[in-house]
Design a protein around this ligand. Sequence first.
Ligand code: NAI
Ligand code: A1CAB
Length: 270
Amino acid sequence: MDTVAVIGAGKIGEVLLTGLVKAGWPAGRLIATARRPERAQDLRDRLGIRVLDNLGAVGEAEVVAIAVKPQDAGVLLEELGGKIPADKLVISLCAGLPTTFFERRLQPGTPVIRVMTNTPALVDEAMTAISAGAHALPAHMALAEELFKPLGKTIRVPESQQDAVTALSGSGPAYFYFLVEAMIDAGILLGLPRQVARDLIVQTAIGSAVMLRDSGEHPVTLREAVTSPAGTTISAIRELENHGVRAALLAALEAARDRAREIAQQSEAL
Ligand SMILES: NC(=O)C1=CN([C@@H]2O[C@H](COP(=O)(O)OP(=O)(O)OC[C@H]3O[C@@H](n4cnc5c(N)ncnc54)[C@H](O)[C@@H]3O)[C@@H](O)[C@H]2O)C=CC1
Ligand SMILES: O=C(O)[C@@H]1CCC=N1
């Protein structure tokens, strides 16, 4: 089994490491790096993995996963780019940054794979999209899938789709949490105790998600089955349409996609 180093183990880096530990990846083959010593100790204590400095980590690992903010990737690669041997696999988790961003800053020929995962990896329900850079071979893609499969589902997409993927599934959990939060507030408005409102909405979200996944039905069909003529649901749907919720979602995801593009342009300019 390869040794994997996660460079910049913040929120998503920890999600990846936690998933790999849970999936049985030997802790001795997982390395993290962190800027703050307290964070390093916390990762050692909770995950039982090694936390090294960036140079030590890339020296020991066959796979280098870069999980810093995209805005920090340029500085990181100034430090490390020339020191990562070209036979290592570099996996970027950074939103927006194309594989060419890394390829230009690494040794010529280094295989780079761009990945967009999401936080439900913590409960083995991630959606991870994987794209090959110019020098990534089928064996590298298979290795990336081996790393992310235990965390949930994986899909291969052309890299040109990764900014859209980021807008949909990378950021996606935040939209669902936002909707759930708003619906719990609506329960409060209707006079329910907060805990009751939470339980009702969370279980409704889980049940609806399982039906979406397992029934094979189109979401419209599932919604129509809930929407009785002259009933309660259609009154709510009319308000959602009146308030432009559908249009807001289209605009919101387009804004997320555009932000990914902007991050790439700004990072390139640094
Ligand atoms: N949070 C999420 O749901 C998702 C995040 N991502 C991507 O993952 C990356 C990280 O995002 P988060 O985990 O949310 O951010 P974060 O800020 O929690 O983690 C980044 C970590 O990198 C560390 N870091 C920065 N420069 C470093 C350096 N030179 N050496 C070592 N460590 C360094 C920071 O101290 C921090 O702990 C971003 O590129 C983001 O686009 C991708 C998918 C989902
Ligand atoms: O908000 C962000 O930029 C990151 C990328 C996808 C999810 N979180």
